[in-house]
Ligand binder design. Sequence first.
Ligand SMILES: C[C@H]1O[C@@H](n2cnc3c(N)ncnc32)[C@H](O)[C@@H]1O
Ligand SMILES: Cc1ncc(COP(=O)(O)O)c(N)n1
Ligand code: MET
Ligand code: SF4
Ligand SMILES: [Zn+2]
Length: 428
Amino acid sequence: MTTQMTKARAGEITTEMKQVASKEEVDVEFIRQGVAEGTIVIPANKNHQHLSPNGFGKGLATKINANFGTSEDYPNLNKELEKLKVAVKAGADAVMDLSTGGDINQTRKEILAMSELPLGTVPLYQATVEVLSADKAIVDLTVDDIFAVIEDQAQQGVDFITVHCGLTLETLRHLREEGRVTDIVSRGGSFMAGWMLHNGAENPLYEYYDRLLNIAYKHDVTLSLGDGLRPGSLADATDRSQIHELLILGELVDKAREAEVQVMVEGPGHVPYNQIETNMQLQKELCKDAPFYVLGPLVTDIALGYDHINAAIGGTLAATCGADFLCYVTPAEHIGLPSVEDVKEGVIATKIAAHAADVAKGLTQAKKKDRQMAQARKNLDWDRQIELAIDPQKAKESRVDHNQNLKEEDACTMCGSFCAMKIVEKAL
Ligand SMILES: C[C@H]1O[C@@H](n2cnc3c(N)ncnc32)[C@H](O)[C@@H]1O
Ligand SMILES: Cc1ncc(COP(=O)(O)O)c(N)n1
Ligand code: MET
Ligand code: SF4
Ligand SMILES: [Zn+2]
């Protein structure tokens, strides 16, 4: 019974810390110190076999997460495993199983067996879906039921769990009084609000937070404090309900750290571009530099079909201003369950955002890649360019597609024999 954080505070360097340090090309002591202080988390459940651990937080490369999972209308497990494979191949640093359909336990088991990436879930989904599909009402979901699912998933090896602990009766009062266009768009938040209002009771994940900390400590599950009141539209961004929830999450970060439980914080959402920096600074201050895991942010509400681009625009700025971990958004957001192709597009778009932010932050590893690409481009070395590309497969196919009539072999059909690179190379 111990956590990476307990060990870090005792001065111990774990295997996981070493693995993270080597991936990041930083000193392992830097990782140990970050984990000890809580500015870095290494989600690594003791029961997760074959895990290739990743670090998330201050001073590390920006990481990206891909979501998938069955739904009521698409309960097919194999399709979700295909999405997992595509997400891994495209370069996700973590994945979340957000299944709400079919056999949820089995789906998670197969995901854990298939992938070495840190796995996250939202246990409240399973708890709610199970009670509703047993033809019961949400009031029949007991506090013990919720904790039983959390314990089960922790035993199975889930590395981080989203827990919507900050959605209290008081935050709901703000929501009612101030009013919103899109009320609550968080699924977990809506389940929790439904439960609280039906039962006339406080959020059990808030009220019995110590119980949650006990389970998390036992298996070293990293808590990802959910943003049940994240804005679902630009109009609702940075309002009193969102900030009130964030204040509570800050207090819960303190408590988790006292209990030596690793913790990160989830953030918005739909946020106008000019409010992103403020949102990042507020989180960093109020949550004492806990790693920040953001969904997007989406900088407009109208990008239907292109929300991966929308999220990459917001994500680039967010990560430049301190967000540590970007949750992908796919072209299917606000439309339906993403397809395999959507998953790939989502991962790539988010990776571009993370990389652009890392370059802006001056990360040596990130800057080196652009430099290498620039050199290959200057050298008209097409194989090397393809190799260095964020999506080599697409680059390769696209190069062939667009150059059917190419006469100037080492150039491209854009300029042909008027290739700027070649002209200047000769002239200089
Ligand atoms: C919180 C985020 O989780 C995503 N989300 C929720 N459930 C699933 C699923 N089964 N597959 C993929 N993404 C999902 C939503 O699109 C939202 O952006
Ligand atoms: C970054 C982030 N934010 C939120 C959720 C949970 O989704 P929801 O709150 O809709 O249950 C998530 N999985 N990741
Ligand atoms: C509950 S799934 C929909 C999520 C929504 N697009 C959001 O902004 O968070
Ligand atoms: S509209 Fe679709 S994505 Fe949005 S909350 Fe409802 S079911 Fe989820
Ligand atoms: Zn949305």
